[in-house]
Design a binder for this molecule. Structure first.
Ligand SMILES: [Zn+2]
Length: 315
């Protein structure tokens, strides 16, 4: 930008023809307007792809009141994050079968109620296992891969996954993830990575948009695996992994556009509503019982945020 401006100013100096220099000035203005426009567009994350997902209808979720979990008897709203039981009439929550097993290593100091990884267990109950670190199964290295973007990780799209029966995800904040990664039972696993994607996660985290919420990483992995095994084709087979995530995303956009509630969130997270509410205030709201709370409808601070980087990391 700076260079471009200087170049144009130099051009102006060298021009004797006044008309020409007026035109150049106009050009410069057009350029600046265009750049400003582009800057404004960049500020808001493009979430248009969400509407292309093939999701089960989620309208019933908006009708749910908090209810007693049939198993643990605790009060929950959309599902129980301890028992992984979906709420609502039976059959309304989508169920998925995954092509290979999914293991999640969860760091115990972080609240399960705020983990997006839980969504995968609720939706694909038979194929997902959640382990509280330091509980780690003794994995068969020939059949297990770890999703982690190190410099030596192979991309799913390029990797030989023919013998792989299980994929492991780390569900923790970035700094605690290293503790899990140093565990010999985890360290011995072959690492794979997904393509870089931007997160839509709503809660503030300082690392940037290449750090995905765990459920986003799980979704992208199964999508890429399906493409790898099916000649690059994908037709929404695993979109329902994002069933709750998309619901919460839309709910939170709506709640905060309409209301005056504030929470730690990414800058410009909420797109401007017609009334122009775009505030980025930082009052915490982390433990309420309202609909935009619990099981990662949670709108509170970032202290329990979980995310997976899709950018290469060296540890
Ligand atoms: Zn329960």
């Amino acid at each position: 930008m700076e260079n471009k401006k200087n170049k144009k100013n130099n051009n102006n100096k060298n021009q004797d023809d006044e008309t020409e220099s007026v035109d150049l000035n106009k050009l410069k203005l057009d350029d600046e307007e265009q750049e400003q426009e582009q800057e404004q567009k960049k500020e808001f994350i493009d979430d248009s792809w969400l509407s292309t997902l093939k999701l089960a209808p989620s309208d019933y979720l908006t009708e749910l009141d908090r209810a007693i979990c049939p198993q643990c008897k605790k009060k929950r709203k959309y599902f129980c994050y301890d028992c992984y039981v979906p709420f609502g009439e039976p059959g309304l929550a989508p169920k998925l079968k995954l092509p290979i097993k999914c293991d999640i290593l969860h760091y115990p100091t972080e609240l399960l109620s705020k983990s997006t990884a839980i969504h995968s267990k609720v939706i694909a109950f038979d194929d997902v296992s959640i382990h509280e670190f330091p509980e780690v199964p003794d994995y068969n290295v020939d059949e297990t891969v770890l999703l982690y973007p190190s410099a030596t990780s192979e991309f799913v799209r390029e990797s030989d996954l023919s013998n792989v029966k299980r994929v492991v995800f780390i569900d923790s904040q970035w700094h605690t993830a290293n503790r899990i990664l140093r565990d010999p039972r985890v360290k011995k696993l072959r690492c794979i990575k997904i393509d870089q994607h931007k997160t839509l996660f709503w809660r503030y985290q300082q690392h940037g948009d290449a750090y995905l919420a765990t459920i986003e990483a799980i979704y992208y992995f199964y999508r890429e695996l399906h493409m790898r095994l099916n000649g690059g084709n994908y037709d929404g087979q695993y979109d329902n992994l994002l069933f709750y995530y998309t619901f919460f995303y839309n709910l939170i956009q709506k709640t905060y556009k309409q209301g005056d509630r504030n929470f730690w969130r990414k800058q410009n997270y909420i797109k401007p509503a017609k009334d122009g509410i775009t505030g980025d205030s930082i009052t915490g709201d982390s433990t309420g019982d309202d609909e935009a709370n619990d099981s990662t409808g949670n709108t509170g601070g970032d202290s329990n945020n979980t995310y997976i980087s899709t950018a290469d990391t060296t540890d």
